[in-house]
Design a protein around this ligand. Structure first.
Ligand code: SF4
Length: 366
């Protein structure tokens, strides 16, 4: 019999599950609280459940399915985890301490089917889409490691789906994981604290706009023209900029007061970082009258493959050009560079070490 992954069940589903075992509703409440509020990763700690029930659960269900394969701590406090699924696939998660609120960056897939040319994860291809339980577990692992098991998070937690994979290709898992994590009786991380970053899956952008309690949206652009974006992000051939920005315009109608959505733009030296590119980008956004901001992401240095990071003065000039045309732009401070904290770097670097190929030594900068 296949084991049920308890961490991936909503409280209502847990109630059904314990009912199928002949147990009353309040057992579901106890288990849900143990998994998400106390962040237990095994049945052993659930001492408020009778021993017989724990034994019966152990036969039919698993609490945790991810194992921590390695953990790295950066000089700047960023923590990075390489986890492994029950079927041996890599999952990467990053914990980023910040002044006002800490952030966990999680993965939605192991590997990724999209072939962004600047991304190391792309070289793995799609290994598998993660389940809701596997998404929730990443956050539990990171919070327990940073604060201690079950300890309150001192500054609250933001989540970003910017790790490996395209979150909108894991839409059902993602939305279910967000529902589980929002529960007041559990982690209580509401969608308003979550940002989902997409490479541009247009139908899902439109769909997300209709979700009442939805997370924030970020879109990885990387290029201001179809010609360049086709090359850097081949998903653009399916949904070109015109369609992508039309969907963004539609999404804009769903924005709450004070909310803005963001475009992420990775800067690659001499590829997409000239003042002309900045002008084209500003014109593109202004043409669609998008009330948005652009996060400029410096490419990680030390990468021997096709792209180099733009020099700081180029980054600044790009930012200023955007601002001069009325587009708000921010340069994102790179975190955890010494531990390869751009998602996709760990597993793909490992793959490269096992199967050395110059094509593998690239990185994700979403
Ligand atoms: S940048 Fe994101 S969407 Fe593109 S290949 Fe990498 S993980 Fe996938």
């Amino acid at each position: 019999m296949e084991q049920v992954h308890l961490t991936g069940l909503t409280e209502a589903e847990l109630r059904e599950f314990v009912k199928s075992m002949g147990e009353p509703d309040y057992r579901a409440r106890q288990i849900f609280g143990a998994l998400h509020r106390r962040r237990l990763r095994s049945l052993d700690g659930m001492t408020d459940l009778p021993k017989e029930l724990r034994a019966a659960l152990a036969e039919r269900a698993a609490v945790s399915t991810l194992t921590v394969e390695s953990r790295y701590i950066s000089e700047d406090g960023t923590r990075r985890y390489l986890l492994k699924t029950h079927d041996g696939l890599p999952v990467e998660t990053v914990f980023i301490p910040e002044e006002r609120r800490d952030t966990v960056c999680f993965s939605s897939q192991s590997g990724c089917p999209l072939q962004c040319s600047f991304c190391l994860t792309a070289k793995l291809g799609l290994l598998r889409t993660l389940t809701a339980g596997e998404i929730v577990e990443q956050i539990v692992v990171a919070l327990n490691d940073a604060y201690g098991q079950g300890a309150r998070t001192p500054r609250g937690t933001n989540l970003v789906a910017m790790g490996a994979g395209e979150p909108f290709l894991a839409y059902d898992s993602l939305m279910k994981a967000l529902r589980i994590m929002a529960a007041e009786t559990g982690l209580h991380i509401v969608p308003n604290r979550v940002t989902v970053s997409t490479a541009g899956i247009v139908p899902r952008i439109r769909e997300l706009a209709t979700v009442p309690d939805r997370p924030h949206l970020a879109i990885s652009l990387a290029a201001p023209t179809d010609e360049l974006r086709d090359e850097l992000m081949p998903i653009n051939r399916k949904w070109p900029l015109r369609e992508l920005l039309a969907a963004c315009k539609e999404f804009e109608k769903s924005l709450r007061p004070g909310e803005r959505f963001t475009f992420e733009y990775v800067l690659l030296d001499n590829v997409n970082d000239s003042d002309e590119h900045a002008r084209q980008l500003a014109n593109l956004l202004n043409r669609h009258q998008l009330r948005t901001k652009v996060n400029l992401i410096p490419h990680n240095p030390g990468d021997p493959l096709p792209y180099r990071p733009s020099p700081p003065e180029r980054v600044e000039s790009f930012r200023r050009t955007l601002e001069s045309k009325g587009v708000h732009a921010f340069v994102r401070r790179p975190r955890g560079r010494d531990i390869y904290a751009a998602c996709g770097q760990l597993s793909a670097r490992r793959a490269a070490a096992n199967n050395p190929s110059p094509a593998l030594v690239h990185q994700l900068t979403r």
